[in-house]
Design a binder for this molecule. Structure first.
Ligand code: SAM
Length: 370
């Protein structure tokens, strides 16, 4: 395949094929809505790594899996990691899974209550009036139990993928950060089209996302060996030729993205039996009790970077970053120069994230090799 030369180091709007130097397969990566997804940048990022020699890759903060998937599509042995359990399911479905798809009868077994199966009511009882309607909450309680009953772990993961994406598609801002069901239900004039997506049934969304996931299953090739794990990035076992690092973003005012907080409902579904005991009862929107993470804390993130770079110092280190992050780009560059002989900083055009209302900042990539 011929790949055109980039027009700028980070041309996020290029649709001429540059976005997908990972080959035609990479275009099948399902479209999702997630904070900080690099889906639109995968081609650009991979282009910058083309001169490097590597086989095994760790995507240490995998999120949607967009980057892990692109590496898989160019035949790399990828380990997808994310600290959140719901994301691990996405990694299992799209990265570790080479061939299993969810069949029509599997889909029916999720969307309909099964005779003889007992169903919990955690969502109906705890989340009334917060995110979804009562009928939708009951549907979710049934779907969660049905998914947990699927034997094959890859099929189960595809079903989780579809349920997670359905829940995100039906949420204002695609987040669970506020008790704002009223935004959906209020009878007011609207100048935007999200309401149709919010009101589309869970079942319809679920079926559509199963189709998207099934179409996105790619074979990792003869080498195989792609996998998905769920660790704190510092604790991922093993050694890798290249480690891709795309941690939560902390802006220059020190405000970070706490993914567990934004997506607590999805994490709760993964821990259904223990969920009620994990909820911070004082919060109006029933988030999970907080668990400190240095990657979303401005006072601790620099030392977390230092520890991560030290842990994987034998690997080529590739960091996705933003021009106005905390710690600053130059601080990160200096940290890498202490342990690596060659450090390349690529700064791109101004780029505004799909879900961001903030002023556009520049995307950046740091590539550190021996
Ligand atoms: C910027 S997002 C990654 C986006 C991803 N590259 C993509 O294209 O979708 C950061 C991810 O780091 C994960 N994360 C946060 N703290 C973590 C930790 N301590 N270890 C591993 N992953 C973590 C979050 O759950 C989130 O999915």
């Amino acid at each position: 395949m011929t790949i055109a030369a980039p027009r700028s180091p980070f041309d996020a709007n290029d649709t001429q094929g540059l976005l997908f130097p990972a080959g035609p397969d990479a275009q099948h990566f399902p479209r999702t809505r997630y904070q900080g997804s690099k889906r639109k940048l995968t081609g650009v990022i991979l282009n910058h790594l083309r001169s490097l020699t590597y086989d095994s890759v760790l995507d240490a903060f995998g999120g949607t899996g967009s980057i892990a998937y692109a590496f898989k599509c160019i035949g790399k042995r990828v380990t997808y990691n994310d600290v959140l359990a719901f994301n691990e399911q996405i990694g299992l479905a799209l990265i570790e899974n080479d061939s299993v798809r969810l069949a029509n009868d599997d889909v029916e077994s999720v969307v309909t209550a099964q005779p003889g199966r007992s169903y919990g009511c955690v969502i109906e009882r705890r989340f009334g009036g917060i995110y979804f309607t009562d009928a939708e909450n009951r549907w979710l309680d049934v779907a969660v139990a049905n998914i947990r009953a699927i034997d094959c772990r890859f099929k189960r993961a595809i079903a989780w993928f579809a349920l997670i994406q359905a829940a995100l598609a039906k949420r204002p801002y695609n987040l669970f950060h506020r008790a704002n069901l009223y935004m959906r239900t209020a009878d007011v004039p609207r100048s935007f089209g999200n309401k149709a997506s919010w009101d589309r049934s869970f079942e319809d969304h679920f079926r559509a996302f199963v189709r998207a996931a099934n179409a996105g299953i790619v074979d990792g090739g003869e080498k195989g060996g792609c996998r998905a794990v769920c660790f704190d990035a510092l604790d991922v076992p093993g050694e890798f030729d290249l480690v891709y690092i795309d941690p939560p973003y902390i802006n220059q005012n020190g405000v970070g993205v706490d993914y567990r907080d934004f997506y607590h409902f999805l994490e709760g579904m993964q821990n259904y039996d223990a969920w009620a005991g994990m909820i911070d009862a004082r919060s109006k929107h029933k988030r999970l009790l907080r668990r400190p993470d240095p990657w979303s804390n401005a006072a601790e993130s620099a030392s977390a970077f230092e520890r991560l770079f030290a842990r994987f110092r034998k690997s080529t280190l590739v960091v996705s970053y933003r021009s106005d992050g905390t710690p600053s780009l130059s601080e990160l560059e200096a940290m890498l120069r202490k342990i690596k002989r060659n450090v390349r900083l690529i700064e791109g055009e101004r780029y505004q994230y799909a879900l961001s209302t903030k002023r556009a900042t520049r995307e950046a990539l740091l590539i550190a090799t021996d």
